[in-house]
Design a protein around this ligand. Structure first.
Ligand code: NAD
Length: 327
């Protein structure tokens, strides 16, 4: 069985559905946290259930909290692999409530690791983040780059990732930490810049870029994230490693807004708003280690990924757009 914590969320939901489609038995642990609308999570669960109905794999949802050590221990005891995605994600929320973020992201991870210590689990894969790097000394970031996070979220991810490494070293728990770089795609959290820009352009409103828009990001399409995780079902080559999982190209936020605007409403202007606290200035992944260790190669550039997301958005606009507008 594969346990996906946070499997009703954006990334965990795609992992769960793809594992089920590949014929695996998947259990999702998720507390359906109302941080953003739970309707989107219900739909994410339905997609994975549908995959189980259509194929050989199975799907079970356990509604519960990753901070519940006994529950986590019970589930991990039966898991061949654990993909630990459950977290309070998002830099801005963490600036408002650092303790809550620490509680879920660090305590939750310790529960998973303690449980894996006492079980025959083959691998714990931890969803880490580019936000562990903080201020760049050089770009692109390789995994040796200093880690000086600039938000409580980044601190929590770095602390959790450090526990992941130490449990691997001290207690022989096979672990891999994947540092994701700004992930996007269908059913993404509705409060992300890409969904916001798409929604505004669909409604003939200019996209509003925070700051001057020169901040750069590796926008990584969800399909690449799924591919990187799926490789870890097949190989132990990455055990004990921390790997950047990023994109083929690095673009600034203004360019992102322009790509979306050009696709949907080319006559719109781009507006600028106040810069947000805790936002990293630049992130850019060197993914060569993931290439060497895992054979990971990102396939989607910003135009193809945004194009796929816009297609999905159009088909799901009726229910998704109100979530974007209210976030
Ligand atoms: P998400 O918010 O969509 O998913 C997180 C899921 O965890 C949600 O379904 C939520 O209900 C669940 N959850 C939250 N607290 C929980 C708790 N206490 N117990 C059980 N479940 C709980 O976020 P996402 O974008 O899918 O992110 C998944 C993981 O990837 C997170 O660990 C996040 O930190 C990491 N990550 C995401 C990105 C990104 O760009 N989306 C980038 C870097 C790292």
């Amino acid at each position: 069985m594969i346990l996906v914590t946070g499997g009703a969320g954006f990334i965990g939901g795609h992992l769960a559905a793809s594992f089920v489609s590949a014929g695996r038995d998947v259990v999702v642990l998720d507390n359906l946290d109302p941080f953003y609308d739970t309707d989107i999570k219900r739909r994410t669960i339905d997609v994975a259930r549908q995959a189980a109905d259509n194929g050989d794999g199975s799907y079970e949802l356990v509604e519960g909290d990753v901070r519940d050590a006994d529950l986590v221990a019970d589930l991990v005891a039966d898991a061949q692999f654990v993909f630990h995605q459950a977290a309070q994600a998002g830099v801005r929320t963490s600036v408002k409530n650092p303790r809550r973020v620490d509680d879920i992201n660090v305590e939750g991870t310790l529960n998973v690791l303690d449980a894996a210590r006492d079980s025959p689990t083959e691998r714990v894969v931890f969803a880490s983040s580019s936000s562990v790097y903080g201020k760049p000394s050089y770009l692109p970031y390789d995994e040796e780059h200093p880690t000086t996070p600039v938000s409580p979220y980044g601190v929590s991810k770095l602390a959790a990732e450090s526990y992941v490494r130490v449990y691997g070293d001290l207690y022989d728990v096979p672990t891999v930490a994947l540092r994701y770089f700004t992930v996007y795609g269908p059913r993404m959290r509705p409060n992300m810049a890409i969904s916001n820009f798409v929604s505004r352009c669909m409604n003939d409103e200019p996209p509003v870029v925070y700051g001057d828009g020169s901040q750069t990001r590796d926008f990584t399409y969800i399909a690449d994230i799924v591919r990187a995780n799926a490789k870890l079902l097949e190989t132990d080559a990455a055990d004990g490693e921390v790997l950047n999982i990023g994109s083929t190209d690095n673009v600034d936020i203004r360019t992102l807004a322009e790509v979306i605007r050009d696709e949907i409403a080319p006559d719109l202007s781009i507006e600028h708003g106040e810069r947000q606290a805790g936002d990293a200035e630049h992130t850019h992944a060197d993914v060569s280690k993931a290439g060497d260790v895992l054979g990971y190669e990102p396939t989607e550039d910003i135009r193809s990924g945004v194009g796929e997301f816009i297609d999905w958005y159009r088909k799901n606009r009726e229910w998704y757009e109100p979530l974007v507008r209210s976030s």
